[in-house]
Design a protein around this ligand. Structure first.
Ligand code: ARG
Length: 592
């Protein structure tokens, strides 16, 4: 079945048509419809239009009202204040619309597909080889995963790219050190063993530190390391094989973290910096020949009028260094060519720390000048803010080191497990259940906290708040879902059945009208890459549901029809919560 037109969209259409009839010169003017506390909806657009047409707003509002046809959607329109329209829809329309959503055989709850879907290449979850992942990598992964889910749900073709940092001069010293200490990366077990990720990272950490110390203190080692970089870049097979060991070892670690995050990262989508090596020369040649890049002090650079250093001199984007080496920019420019011409992207989306905004601004502008980005292909940095500690400073351990991601996730899981255990007062859950729920609640809490503030903002990493049962947390939503499911289990013979003929209580109407807005919430969140708009919607949904549940007895309702209809409201709420959370990458356990 196709998508379901929401009541707000239906009312909007009717008012827009009536407006057009009442004031033909207004063109396709927007009645500016909003949800409202006074009625179901309020239209505020008449005032400005009346002013423009030099008409009396109340009188115009009256004419619009008269032009709205009476049908089974709109129950009442009243002119209020200086010329607002208060619109009340029928109970029948609310229930019938929800029934249509629930009957949507795609299980999509009537959510429409995007009108003009394209192909988005999304660059997210991009940690660095031989380095510990940090909270910034967590943000990129969590936000990126939600963006992928939202886009795919609305019909976009999505190609994932994990642009891992697997190239650079540091590999010279690492490889050289491994040659001297060939067993440093050895360990038992296989990729399936979760402990292997941790071992892998501690091996890499130890090796990295030791190599660094030697590099800084031993001239001979330093010289060897430099020669090794040249060999790596020249594609020397033995050197490449050793480099590959670092990549494989790091992937063991990355995958263990992503697995803990309950996130699917597929190997073919991991195309790191090294994946663009073969394109770098050509990228530079094209840029130089087209005059986009110029030589400056031996380096190949792109200049921008509006990018200047503190001394007032222009700061260029360096595409190739004076020693002939390529950096981060050359790789990103080559990746753009690959994504636009190879993968045929219509959108390039980068889920990367806001502190890299200048880099992307310069890279995108360069690509535009080169003609790789055009009106048909846009590039967007979905820039995210910094994760802060309790002290309001960038999140670090007390020793000032980066916080180990796994430790953080483990702690979230521990706390969540304690919450689940404590709530299970009747002792209904087995130990196994408790630990599984603990993982789902703990990881959900971390993801939700990250997704529920607008990505561009910084936020404080506060585990106590994240696993709180009260307030805007995933735990609150998960409990709302589980409670809901338990009612449906207890219903016994009574079945959820929509009864559009029934009169609704206020709490039922409020819940129903909010449920009916799910499509709009998803569409907006997907279009704007704004998962926080979906979390806000879901949080409100859970609040409406709680009120409904407090005010309206479900199984003890007056008539069997009312029981059925209320069970139906429970069921569609559950389905909406479940679908919404799934789009955020968060699990909804059936029992908690
Ligand atoms: N690996 C980089 C980092 O850890 C992020 C890569 C972002 N993506 C890109 N195409 N530059 O900061």
């Amino acid at each position: 079945m196709a998508s379901v037109t929401s009541l707000s969209a239906s009312v909007h259409q009717r008012l827009a048509a009536a407006l057009q009839a009442a004031l033909p010169e207004s063109g396709a003017a927007d009645p500016l419809l909003r949800r409202s506390d006074r009625a179901d909806f309020q239209a505020n657009g008449i005032l400005a239009l009346a002013k423009k047409a030099k008409a009396n707003p109340r009188e115009l509002a009256g004419r619009v009202t008269d032009a709205v046809p009476a049908d089974d959607v709109i129950q009442e329109i009243e002119v209020s204040g200086p010329g607002f329209l208060n619109v009340t829809v029928t109970d029948r329309a609310i229930t019938a619309n929800l029934a249509a959503r629930f009957a949507d055989d795609g299980g999509r709850l009537g959510v429409p597909h995007a009108e003009h879907p394209g192909t988005t290449v999304i660059d997210y979850a991009q940690p660095n080889v031989a380095k510990e992942m940090h909270v910034g990598h967590l943000r990129s992964a969590v936000i990126g995963d939600a963006a992928v889910r939202l886009m795919e749900f609305t019909g976009e073709t999505v190609v994932r790219r994990h642009h891992i940092g697997d190239w650079g001069t540091q590999f010279g010293m690492l490889i050289e050190y491994l040659i001297d200490h060939p067993h440093e990366l050895d360990h038992q077990g296989g990729a399936a063993d979760p402990a292997e990720g941790r071992t892998a990272m501690s091996n890499l950490n130890r090796l990295y530190k030791a190599a660094r110390t030697l590099f800084d203190s031993d001239e001979d080692f330093k010289a060897r390391a430099r020669r090794r970089v040249v060999a790596l870049q020249a594609g020397d097979p033995e050197t490449r094989a050793l480099w590959q060991r670092f990549v494989d070892e790091s992937k063991l670690y990355f995958y263990s973290v992503f697995e803990k995050l309950d996130m699917e990262i597929r190997d073919p989508d991991v195309v790191g910096e090294s994946g663009y090596n073969d394109m770098l020369d050509e990228t530079c040649r094209i840029l130089e020949e087209s005059g986009v890049a110029v030589r400056s002090e031996g380096a190949l650079c792109v200049f921008f009028d509006d990018v200047k250093g503190p001394d007032g001199n222009p700061t260029p984007l360096i595409v190739r260094k004076s020693d002939g080496g390529y950096g981060y920019a050359a790789t990103d420019l080559s990746a753009i060519r690959d994504r636009v011409f190879g993968l045929k992207a219509s959108t390039l989306l980068y889920v990367v720390d806001a502190r890299q905004a200048l880099h992307f601004k310069m890279v995108f502008e360069t690509a535009r000048r080169a003609g790789w980005l055009t009106d048909d292909v846009r590039a967007v940095q979905l820039a995210f803010g910094t994760v802060l500690g309790a002290d309001g400073k960038p999140f670090k351990t007390r020793e000032g080191e980066t916080v180990r991601l796994e430790d953080l996730l483990d702690e979230a899981i521990d706390r969540a497990t304690a919450v689940v255990r404590e709530k299970d007062t009747l002792g209904q859950l087995s130990e196994e259940d408790i630990s599984e729920r603990g993982r789902q609640v703990g990881i959900g809490a971390v993801k939700y906290a990250d997704l529920s503030t607008s990505a561009s903002r910084d936020y404080k990493f506060d585990l106590d708040q994240m696993v709180s049962l009260h307030g805007d947390t995933s735990v609150y939503l998960q409990y709302a879902y589980a409670r809901n499911r338990s009612i449906l289990r207890k219903a016994g013979e009574a079945k959820p059945v929509a009864h559009p003929e029934l009169t609704l209580e206020d709490a039922e109407r409020a819940l129903g009208l909010h449920l009916d807005q799910f499509g709009e919430a998803v569409t907006e969140a997907a279009k704007e890459y704004a998962p926080h708009k979906l979390t806000a919607y879901l949080y409100q949904l859970a609040s409406h549901y709680t009120t409904f549940f407090d005010k309206c007895p479900v199984l003890k309702a007056d008539t069997p029809e009312q029981v059925g209809n209320r069970l139906f409201l429970c069921e569609i709420t559950a389905a909406t919560l479940h679908q919404g959370m799934e789009l955020l990458g968060i699990r909804t356990p059936e029992r908690l």
